[in-house]
Design a protein around this ligand. Sequence first.
Ligand code: BTN
Length: 326
Amino acid sequence: MNIDSQILKALRNAGEASVSGVELSQKLGLTRAAIWARVSDLRSLGYEIEAQPHSGYRLVSAPDLLHADDLLSQLPRSQKIGRDIRVFQETTSTSDIVEKLARDGVDEGVVVFAEAQTKGRGRLGRKWVSPAGKGLWFSILLRPRIRLQEATQLTIASCVALRRAIQAETELPATIKWPNDILVRGKKVAGILTELRAELDRVAYAMVGIGVDVNLNANDFSTELKKTATSLKLESAGPVPRAQLAVRVLSELDADYARVRDGEFERVADEWEKHCATIGLEVTIRMADRQVRGRAESLAEDGSLLVRTEHGHLESVIGGDVTVEK
Ligand code: BTN
């Protein structure tokens, strides 16, 4: 953990109390002047840090920005997802950066955030609108020891974790639309794009790209998108602190990824079914080469959706675009 993370961690741990400059300098092995210089830098980023000559430093508020050291300081060291966090002000797509890191042999768990993406991508070749400072746009590198057919488990586990985090932080009624959308009151607030590199039938690495529409305003969405998408801010009483949500999402993702690794996908699947708005509905699923129509019944062990067709067959569907038939 670097100096800024350690200072922020110490201030956060103290809560409403102050931490003395002497204590910080002893703990971090730095002079008091060096601590003061780091605190001044944090202040210039927007951290409101009160400094009193006798009592020391106190964190009054944090800005609504994504600061890698600050995010790191709020995650347990044992956590795999987020053990390395990188934040870019602007990039094409966070998944482009993760892909490069993967090819360079970086260990799993690295998370890349961007305040804005110029070429954010969604599923089925769609564009993902990613305006600056208004959402969580990030990608995670995973190197799971799973077979290619089981890769859907990663998306399902991410979906379950993301839903839980959103609901816990905002108290909004978040549900899942198969395979990878999070909805609030029937409109999409977040999506997941899992991209893979496979060797024979094993997954070499996976990039899980997550987009959460946190503080977007109505005019950030096109007229077309407005019909089906919304933001957490538009659905709540006010803006949602992005960094706090990011920390929660990474922790929940870590928990569910551990379940997949430990062969406990069944637990993830149970939670998924409980919160899935698609189960029990008549759906049409469009895939590249065909479409399946029927009743969404349940989730199979590999993460695919089991659909009972009008002819009574049970079809297993791995991915596609779902429309609910009214
Ligand atoms: C979807 O619902 O279509 C999936 C959207 C995934 C968007 C995220 S934003 C971060 C990451 N980088 C991208 O270019 N896409 C994903």
